[in-house]
Design a protein around this ligand. Structure first.
Ligand code: 13P
Length: 247
């Protein structure tokens, strides 16, 4: 069975004091042991957040695939690990669209993480014009085939996938539970096609995009939605814990 996961992507928000207070407050409020909770603070705060993590899995929103060297502004997997980070996002839509990260680069990041034995959440999702054209399934399938489905089965079964329709991110316009379930079911069926049923059942598929304490219950009740990757609503302990409690 896929793990239930609620992950907070803080993006470029909060200062160090806010970050520490948030992880402490979530720890105080959260009583759910059946849900894996993850936090993705700015890389600068990973050490401090990890020091307070108390079972929360802490990681970065990005990393570079090289082990070390002259890559100004980047961080490597070994550096993330050395401060207590255990996981990273790969291919968030903001990395793809604002920072121009290509499928080819994301594939290199996926390969670097797998060879280092480092966990990651692979993000995918279509922009508005693709949704309006009705070709979202082909689009998302192509993203997965370009950077993820080359992995062997043993690696893929440990991967977490986040489906984040770009038109729902930060817009307050969440996908309906039917739209989410339709895409999640399609993603799981492609894993069956590329690998097998057993592998597909082990992969957690998270929904992201204006998921909050009011709509999480309905989204998480979909059979193929194993949790959420939460942006704005992960910045407040009450809202984030209410989302965790929506399972
Ligand atoms: P919002 O929850 O703010 O829409 O952001 C979603 C997201 O991009 C999480 O990675």
């Amino acid at each position: 069975m896929a793990q239930k996961i609620v992950a907070g992507n803080w993006k470029m928000n909060l200062n160090l004091n806010d970050a520490k207070a948030l992880v402490q407050n979530v720890n105080q409020q959260n009583k759910r042991e059946d849900v894996t909770v993850m936090m993705f603070p700015p890389a600068l705060f990973v050490a401090d957040v990890a020091a307070e993590s108390n079972g929360i899995k802490v990681g970065t929103q990005n990393f570079y695939f090289e082990e070390k060297g002259a890559f100004t502004g980047e961080v490597a997997i070994d550096q993330i690990r050395s401060v207590g980070g255990e996981i990273a996002l790969i291919g968030h839509s903001e990395r793809r669209s604002i920072f121009g990260e290509s499928d080819a680069l994301l594939k290199q990041k996926v390969d670097a993480a797998v060879s280092a034995g480092f966990d990651f959440i692979f993000c995918c999702g279509e922009p508005l014009e693709i949704r309006e054209a009705g070709t979202q399934e082909e689009y998302v399938k192509a993203q997965l085939e370009a950077a993820l489905f080359h992995l062997p089965k043993e690696a893929v079964q440990d991967v977490v996938i986040a489906y984040e329709p770009v038109w729902a991110i930060g817009t307050g316009k969440t996908a309906t539970s039917d739209q989410a379930e339709e895409m999640h079911a399609a993603i799981r069926s492609w894993i069956v096609d590329s690998y097998d049923q057993d592998t597909a059942e082990k992969v957690s598929i998270l929904y992201g995009g204006s998921c909050n304490e009011n709509n999480a219950k309905e989204l998480f009740s979909c059979p193929n939605v194993d949790g959420g990757l939460i942006g704005g609503a992960s910045l407040k302990a009450d809202a984030f814990c209410a989302i965790i409690d929506s399972f």
